[in-house]
Design a protein around this ligand. Sequence first.
Ligand code: SAM
Ligand code: SF4
Length: 486
Amino acid sequence: MTKRYIVQTMGCQMNVHDSRRIEEVLRASGWQATDEATLADLVIFNTCSIREKAEHKLMSALGTVRPLKDARKDVVIAVAGCVAQQEGENLLKKARFVDVVLGPDNIPELPALVEHARSGGAPIARTVFDVHAPAFLDATPDPTRLEVNAFVTVMKGCDERCTYCVVPHTRGPERYRSADEIVREVGSMVDGGVREVTLLGQTVNSWFEPRGETQSSAEPSSEPPRWAGSVVETSQFAELLRRIAREVPALARLRYTSPHPRHLTDALIEAHAELGVLSDHLHLPVQSGSDRVLKRMLRRYTRGLYLERIAKLREAVPALTLSTDVIVGFPGETDEDFEETLSLVRAAGFTAAFAFKYSPRPFTPALKLGDDVPEAVKDERLQRLFAVVGEQQRAHLDGLVGSRQRVLVEGPSRDGVRFQGRTHRNEIVHIAGPEGVDLTGQLVDVTVEHANNHSLMGLAEGVVPAAPAPRRKRLPVLGGAAGGAA
Ligand code: SAM
Ligand code: SF4
């Protein structure tokens, strides 16, 4: 009899990526996907614990499957991802009908754990990091699903220890994937029809080639100490980007997320200037514009360093747009600190931002700082921040009306009439095209006719034949020492 699973994904791109690997591991063991929870023999929640709200989401989602489990004892309920890693066996006590708790590094064990539950085994938690033999699950995409974009992991874990963040606890220490594996995966995805790849990692631009199978940052290494408050020069990420561009010339677009400002090296800026395949957009989390707050967050850069890095990047790629992450209401954040954040948001000209109210998390150093910014103040700061970014986004989009943009079409728009895609930067464009032609996966030249608050509307002028991305003109080597606070 066919065994059916359903995966509900919560949280960031990392979880979207992990859910894909979960599905592939299950399909390889004879499972089939269903969209209907009531038809499923296995329900998996791939969870996020970055903010308290995300954790509440899991508890209410679990509540919705409780009746299913009550009606059919053989249905297996599994919780994967960051809440699973954070809570481990505790989660089996908190939600007694959960059968399997699975950490991000234990995905390959899922089919066996589910069979254990189906044959009457006791509830089980497996949340062990693969620190001594880091492994990255190769993607084996479903050939019947046309994917235009795909994620490829280049590293996992995080060593940064930002004081508000639970990720080092839920994802473990940094471990790096070899360039050979990364390039092979990008290549096989492109062979399978993928046009755009996003490289993933918590500090993706800190990537370097692992030396030997068991190397991870948990082991002693000869790298310089990571507390230095300037740009760190140990990354080989720029070379990785060059290698991908060289060895997978059919790739239409290359993005990466999330870079850390202190790993934005001159070499990486040069790669942006040189590689046509790299998007002219960067999501570069800043978190705060106040040095006082950045220090308490242990972000290991200053406002001055951040602004200096993006100025260099803009010099190299004048068309570049930037987006960011901001936390408002970090413990001790004053009105003046927040004004500094607003002024940085203006100075950087962000055209988009993900902004969050500070949420105290277990196992984080900031817990001892309390949570002293009142909720109403956090709300007000969030609204003011969104208003500034919204204005900047609108002005930027208005400025594109009448221009011609090359858009990678991702699929039909929600209205069912147009297609939707993204420009080489990251603007969302709704496209009116020739009737009866499926533009999905095509690069299309579009004349922008209208700007909405968050997207553009345009008319398809012609499909670009698939060809390698052009190399940009090579710019002179960028001079000057990296880093330096203003
Ligand atoms: N590694 C990335 C970085 O350094 O920016 C992002 C990791 S995290 C999944 C995504 C975002 O969640 C962060 O950039 C931060 O803005 C936000 N975040 C993390 N911890 C938070 C907390 N305790 N409260 C509110 N927002 C938080
Ligand atoms: Fe969290 Fe900081 Fe690591 Fe990002 S860099 S995952 S915010 S600890």
